[in-house]
Design a protein around this ligand. Sequence first.
Ligand code: GLN
Length: 188
Amino acid sequence: MLAVQGDFLEHKHALGRLGVDAPEVRLPEQLEGLEGLIIPGGESTTMVHLIDTYGLRGPLREKAASGMPVWGTCAGMILLADGLTDSRPEPLGLMDIEVSRNAFGRQIDSFEERIDFEGVEGPPVVAVFIRAPVVNRTGEAARVLARVSDGRAVAVRQGLMLATSFHPELTGDLRVHELFLRMVKGLA
Ligand code: GLN
C-alpha cells in the first residue's frame, strides 16, 4: 500500500480479509521486495507532493517499469495517468491514458452505480464515485474494463497496471481486489 495519504487503511482491511498483509510504503526503501502496489484514493495533489518530498517518484516508476503490478483507485488513477486535462498535479505517467479530475462534480455529487466490469465474474460491481476522475483517452496498449451508463470509461488496464476511478475498498465486495491479486500472481 502506498500510504503517504488517502484511504490506504480501507484497502489494507480489504486485503486482510483476503489473507494478505500489505505493508505500508512511505519511503523508497520500503518498495524493495514488493510484489504489487496499490495507490489509494485521496487527494492527488497532496499525494504527488508527498511522493516527491519522500523521493518516491523515481523508484516507484522504476519498480513499475520492471514489472511490478500497480493498481490506482480514484486519486491513484490520476497518479497513474500520463496526461491530465488539469494543470495539476504532475502525474507519475505509468499508463497511456488521459484523465480528467473531478469529472462528475463535487463531493456532494458523489454517487453509486452498478457497472459491468470485464474480468470480474458474477453480478455487476457497485461502484462508489467520490469526486471521481474519468478516462478521456486510452492509448493502444490500454483496455477499458468498465464504463458508467453514459459511456465514460472508469476502469482501465494496461499490462500489469490497473486503474479504477471508483472505490472497491469501500463496499465490502472484494472481487476487484481479487482481480488485482490474480494479476500480482500472474494469473490474470
Ligand atoms: N478529486 C480527488 C483528486 O483530484 C480524488 C478523489 C478521490 O480519490 N476520492 O485528487
